[in-house]
Design a protein around this ligand. Structure first.
Ligand code: A2P
Length: 337
C-alpha cells in the first residue's frame, strides 16, 4: 500500500494480532512517517485485510521477496516466528523491532525502553528487542528510584490482563463471561484454567527453580535494561480476569532512604509516568482508567512499614500500548528521527 512519497517503508508482521493491531493504531496516532505499509500474518490470514489510516491493507504471505525495499519491520507474531523470520528480514535490508522474547537476552541485541536506555538503540546490528510487557510497566518507575537512590532489591507481584496472551486470551475471558451470564458451563480454550472469576498464578511454563518463564523474564530483562546484572528481584506473576492493562505491586529497597514525598516527586518528573495518588479521594490507578493511555500510572505510594529503606507502590500500564506497540514505535522514532 503506497502512502506518501517521503518517509519509511514499513512492515508489520503479526498485523492481525492484538499487538499488531495496536501497532497500526499507534503508527497512525503518532504520525509515524509511513511511506508504504506491508502487512503479514499467518497463511490463514493471507487475503484478509487490516485497516490503516482508514484504508484496507491486504495481508501478504511471508517470503523473502515480500520484504524487498522494507526499511523497518515490527514483529509480533510470536517467538518461534521471530526466530525464523527476523534474520531473513534483516538480510533483506530492514531494521527489525521485535516484540517477542526471541532475542531479548542476546548480548548483540539492544533491549530498549526509550525513556530509560535510549543510548542502547544506537548499538543495534539489525534487530532491536522490545521488553516483555510486564517488564516495561515495572521498570518505568524503578528507573528514577534507581538513579536517585540505587536499587538494592525489588519484589514485584503482577496482575496481568488476558490481552497480554493475545486475541485468544481475550476470547477466553469474553466467552466464559458470556457463558456464565447464560448459565452455561465455562470452557477454558486458551488458558490452562477458567480465567473468568478466577486468578491463575502461572504465566508461561515452569522452570526447574519453581519460577515461570514470565517471572524469569521480569528478572532478566529488568537487569539488562537497568544495566544491573546482579540486581536481586523477586517476582510473582498472575493472570487476572481483566481485558487490558497490567498492574504491578512493587516494593523497592534502596541504598539510601527515599521518603514517600520524594518518591512521588521522582515518579511525577519521569517522562512516561503519571502519579495518581490521592487514596482518600479514591484516586489510584486502575486498569479501566489507564486502558488506552500511553503513560504508566503510579499510585498507592508508601514507605515500607517493614524496612527502613524501601518504598512500595502500585503501577498500571496499558500493556498493548506502552507494554508493546507504543514502546516499539518509540524505538522506531529513536532510529528514524
Ligand atoms: P493470524 O491472525 O493469521 O493467526 P496474537 O498475539 O494476538 O495471538 O496474534 C498473533 C499474530 O501472529 C497474528 O497476527 C497471527 O496471525 C500471527 N501469526 C501466528 N502464527 C504465525 C506464523 N506461523 N507466521 C506468521 N504469523 C503468524
Amino acid at each position: 500500500m503506497a502512502m506518501t512519497t517521503s518517509g519509511v517503508t514499513v512492515a508489520v508482521v503479526g498485523a492481525t494480532g492484538a499487538a499488531g493491531q495496536t501497532t497500526l493504531a499507534i503508527l497512525e496516532e503518532r504520525k509515524f512517517p509511513v511511506r508504504e505499509l506491508r502487512c503479514f500474518a499467518s497463511e490463514r490470514s493471507v487475503g484478509k485485510t487490516v485497516t490503516f489510516r482508514g484504508e484496507p491493507v491486504p495481508v501478504q504471505k511471508i517470503e523473502p521477496s515480500a520484504f524487498r525495499g522494507i526499511e523497518l519491520a515490527f514483529c509480533s507474531a510470536g517467538s518461534a516466528q521471530s526466530k525464523q523470520y527476523a534474520p531473513m528480514i534483516v538480510a533483506a535490508g530492514a531494521i527489525v523491532i521485535d516484540k517477542s522474547s526471541a532475542f531479548r537476552l542476546d548480548p548483540r541485541v539492544p533491549l530498549v525502553v526509550p525513556e530509560i536506555n535510549p543510548h542502547a538503540a544506537r548499538t543495534h546490528q539489525g534487530i532491536l528487542a522490545c521488553p516483555n510487557c510486564t517488564t516495561i510497566v515495572t521498570v518505568m518507575p524503578l528507573k528514577p528510584l534507581h538513579d536517585r537512590a540505587r536499587l538494592q532489591r525489588v519484589v514485584a507481584v503482577t496482575y496481568q490482563a488476558v490481552s497480554g496472551a493475545g486475541v485468544n486470551g481475550i476470547a477466553d475471558l469474553r466467552d466464559q463471561t458470556l457463558a456464565w451470564a447464560r448459565g452455561e458451563s465455562l470452557v477454558a480454550r486458551h488458558f490452562a484454567h477458567q480465567i473468568a472469576f478466577n486468578l491463575i498464578p502461572a504465566i508461561d511454563a515452569f522452570r526447574d527453580n519453581g519460577y515461570t518463564g514470565e517471572e524469569m523474564k521480569l528478572v532478566d530483562e529488568t537487569r539488562k535494561i537497568l544495566g544491573e546484572p546482579d540486581l536481586p528481584i523477586m517476582p510473582t506473576t498472575v493472570r487476572v480476569p481483566v481485558f487490558t492493562c497490567h498492574s504491578i505491586a512493587v516494593t523497592a529497597e534502596t541504598e539510601t532512604k527515599v521518603t514517600r514525598d520524594e518518591a512521588r516527586g521522582l515518579f511525577a518528573a519521569f517522562p512516561g509516568l503519571k502519579v495518581w495518588d490521592e487514596p482518600t479521594a479514591a484516586r489510584y490507578p486502575m486498569p479501566i482508567v489507564v486502558e488506552g493511555q500511553d503513560d504508566c500510572y503510579v499510585g498507592r505510594i508508601r514507605e515500607d512499614l517493614s524496612h527502613p529503606r524501601a518504598v512500595s507502590f502500585w503501577v498500571v500500564g496499558d500493556q498493548l500500548r506502552k507494554g508493546a506497540a507504543t514502546n516499539a514505535v518509540q524505538i522506531a522514532e529513536l532510529i528514524f528521527a
